[in-house]
Design a protein around this ligand. Structure first.
Ligand SMILES: [Zn+2]
Length: 165
């Protein structure tokens, strides 16, 4: 299942990407455009806007009632089928699929020296080229995620550089 989140759900969109779900998010998108994209790309709309839900001919849409992002994830948990998720997650910034980095040396010039020396897990966004790295923060995030999705077996990548190609 693919998603498009409304402008009020930026945090939820980021977490869905970390979990590997294809999620579009634009901070200033008009309702009409949001509905158009969801229809064209068969994306479920995630929204906090009850007016949007009243529109006619709306494709699948879910009203998100909670404020807290973890409550929000819990609310839509039944929609989140891991077989649709990218195993290494997606880029928090551009929604591109993260893939493995072949050799560690490939990222030497792409991350801060401190990161290169202290981190071992790296992933790269196939969309924008941003490099992500993992470490102790991944374990903490994984525990949080497993509190909601006990079967989650991925490694969440959330820290990355600003870099391009
Ligand atoms: Zn990216």
């Amino acid at each position: 299942m693919k998603f498009i989140a409304d402008a009020m759900l930026g945090r939820l969109a980021k977490w869905l990407r970390v979990l590997g779900f294809d999620t579009l998010y634009y901070p200033d998108i008009e309702d009409g455009q949001l509905v158009k994209i969801s229809r064209e790309q068969e994306r479920t709309i995630l929204t906090r806007d009850t007016n949007l839900l009243k529109r006619r001919g709306l494709p699948g849409a879910v009203f998100i009632r909670d404020d807290d992002v973890f409550d929000q994830l819990r609310q839509i948990g039944s929609l989140l089928d891991v077989s649709y998720a990218s195993p290494m997650g997606r880029c928090m910034i551009c929604n591109g699929v993260l893939g493995p980095v072949g050799a560690r040396d490939e990222v030497r010039d792409l991350v801060p020296e401190f990161v290169f020396l202290h981190f071992n897990e790296f992933a790269r966004c196939g969309g924008c080229g941003r490099v992500y790295w993992g470490g102790s923060h991944q374990k903490r995030m994984k525990e949080k995620i497993k509190g909601i999705f006990p079967d989650y077996s991925g490694l969440p990548f959330s820290a990355g550089n600003e870099g391009g190609h």
